[in-house]
Ligand binder design. Sequence first.
Ligand code: SF4
Length: 92
Amino acid sequence: MKQLDIYGNEVDLKELDPKPLEKQGGRITLKSWFRNCYGYRQGFYCKNCKFFESKTGREKTCYKCTKMSTSSNKETDIRKNDIACNLYEAKP
Ligand code: SF4
C-alpha cells in the first residue's frame, strides 16, 4: 500500500513505520515511555479508569494516573480523553 508524501511522491507504507521509541531522537517523556510499555486500549478513556485522579491546585485542575506518577510536575499530567492503556480497569 502506498501513500503520497508531502512532495507528492508515492511512498510505501512499510517505509513510514515509526522507529522503536529508543531509536527516536530527543528526550523520552515519562508518558511516552509509559505508553511504549503499556500501549493503547482503543474504545476506552483514561477518565473512566480507576487509576485516573484529578487534583485541584490553586489555579487549575490537573489529571494524573496513579500507575504512572502522581508528582506535582506538569510533565506527568494526562488528559481526561486520553485513550486508555492496557492497564485500564473500570471505575467501581
Ligand atoms: S488507562 Fe492507563 S494511563 Fe489511563 S489512567 Fe488508567 S492506568 Fe493510567
